[in-house]
Write a protein that binds this ligand. Structure first.
Ligand code: FES
Length: 104
């Protein structure tokens, strides 16, 4: 089973099981990680915003235009920000590490 790591706002690292095909948002929910995802992955909010650690960012498929537009509205946007509902776990992403945005 692939794993991924969430770094919570207080710096706590949580390594969790990350089943293939599930989105970062779905994985967060399974493990009670505090990622809201108000629109359930329909690209109508930016509350699933996560900050990807730089070493992982380049390995992700590029964000499409709709994701970019929503990301522009995200609080605490960074150069390696993505929307968690748009990234699905794959073999290549085993070990993926993301931070929850600093403060919300
Ligand atoms: S859950 Fe709303 S855009 Fe991801």
């Amino acid at each position: 089973m692939p794993k991924m790591v969430f770094i919570e706002t207080d710096g706590t690292r949580r390594e969790v099981d990350a089943p293939l095909g599930l989105s970062i948002l779905e994985i967060a929910r399974r493990h009670d990680i505090d990622l809201e995802g108000a629109c359930e992955g329909s690209l109508a909010c930016s509350t699933c915003h996560v900050v990807i650690t730089p070493e992982w960012y380049d390995l992700l498929p590029d964000a499409d235009e709709d994701e970019e537009d929503m990301l522009d509205l995200a609080f605490g946007l960074t150069k390696t920000s993505r929307l968690g509902c748009q990234i699905r776990m794959s073999e290549e992403l085993d070990g993926l590490t993301v931070k929850l945005p600093g403060s919300r």
